[in-house]
Design a protein around this ligand. Structure first.
Ligand code: SF4
Length: 375
């Protein structure tokens, strides 16, 4: 991993009471992460590589730090800078991303790398508005890159920070309505000095001390400023609007295995859910309403939607949770050497399936038919 060395900044006093205490805590207790510059190295003049900051922040959207670490290191090994990533094919990027979920992020990663390389000569713009124009970079990610990579005092508000701010100020408005108030208060306590470390310190505080359950308020550097702690019920915050039940969709998946141990795959359409990823043939995924009966659900999950007539062996069902719905797929398997011609299908060696751009839901489907193929 490369990092850019700049002249050390003069350390000025911090500008808010929250920042002073939080940065002192961060200097001692920061998490060590592969994309991060430690406060000690930062003080010596080492600065984060914007490519590493961008890559990690895109990966961290909707994914945990623990899950991201290995993917981040793999990407840096395969594509050590933004120009290398721009030169990769989308299929290679999707393959390396497989398992991380939300695959539009991988496609936007590739598009963004090409723009940075072609339009910005390989340098990320040090400007929050220009960053926000790039594919896959929204309000949060542009603020995070601006703060961490370029030391711009932007309000960086992810789920962890939302929780910390809503507790510090005992915000009674429910999320998501409270988001603009939270951003305003975040701006208010962000210092001009070390805003990047401040953003990362808020993230670390939310992840390690101000946790959703049983926050360790006694250890918290901000407890003297915390309204929720003073009230005595920090877990009450953030207030959340009641969740709507996630609808359930049903369908069937068909694992076709050849006598020489290959699995038939095809490519999904480029647009839409899991766009451009690989899959086993499967039916439409259809939602049911409250009047659905076991018989009507069985019609959506039987083998009648199979891609061709064969002896389809039932292999149980799998469940996968997407953001907006839960999917239940019944899985069937057949062994055959021939499938109807298709312009987007291919045979993949069963023992090399890990090299295919298969999303987790498809790995589950294949595992149901070929147990333990993905461990
Ligand atoms: S005092 Fe407790 S509730 Fe308040 S910010 Fe710290 S950990 Fe969170």
């Amino acid at each position: 991993m490369t990092h850019i060395r700049y002249k050390a900044l003069t350390q000025k006093s911090t500008s808010t009471p929250h920042a002073g205490k939080l940065l002192a805590w961060y200097d001692r207790h920061h998490r060590i992460l592969p994309w991060r510059i430690s406060p000690a190295d930062y003080a010596q003049g080492l600065r984060p590589d914007p490519y590493c900051v961008w890559l990690s922040e895109v990966m961290l959207q909707q994914t945990t730090v623990e899950a991201v670490k290995a993917y981040f290191l793999k990407f840096i090994r395969l594509w050590p800078d933004v120009q290398a990533l721009a030169a990769a094919t989308e299929d290679d990027v999707l393959r390396a991303w497989a398992g991380l979920g939300y695959y539009s992020r991988a496609r936007n990663l590739k598009k963004c790398a090409s723009i940075i390389t072609d339009k910005y000569q390989g340098r990320f713009p040090a400007d929050i508005e220009m960053l926000r124009q790039l594919p896959g970079i929204g309000d949060y990610t542009s603020a995070a890159i601006a703060a961490i990579a370029f030391n711009i005092p932007a309000a960086v508000v992810d789920g962890n920070v939302e929780r910390v701010i809503s507790r510090l100020f005992a915000i009674k408005t429910a999320l998501p309505q409270a988001k603009s108030e939270i951003r305003r208060l975040s701006r208010q306590i962000t210092p001009q000095n070390r805003p990047g470390d401040f953003a990362q310190a808020m993230m670390d505080l939310g992840a390690t001390i101000c946790t959703p359950r049983k926050p360790a308020c006694i250890l918290c550097p901000l407890n003297a400023h915390c309204a929720a702690y003073t009230e005595g019920e920090p877990e009450f915050y953030p207030v959340k609007a009641p969740k709507k039940a996630r609808p359930v969709r049903y369908g069937a998946g068909f694992v076709i295995v050849s006598p020489d141990n290959k699995v038939y795959l095809r490519k999904r359409a480029d647009q839409g859910l899991l766009g451009g990823m690989s899959e086993v043939p499967n039916s439409d995924w259809l939602a049911v309403d409250d009047t659905a009966t076991p018989a009507s659900i069985a019609r959506l999950t039987n083998a009648e939607s199979a891609p061709f007539a064969a002896q389809w062996l039932p292999c149980g069902s799998i469940t996968h949770i997407f953001t907006h719905f839960e999917l239940r797929l019944s899985i069937y398997k057949t062994v055959t050497a021939t499938v109807p011609p298709s312009n987007n299908g291919w045979w993949a060696d069963a023992d090399r399936l890990h090299e295919e751009a298969l999303p987790t839901v498809m790995k589950k489907a294949i595992n149901a038919a070929l147990p333990d193929i993905f461990k």
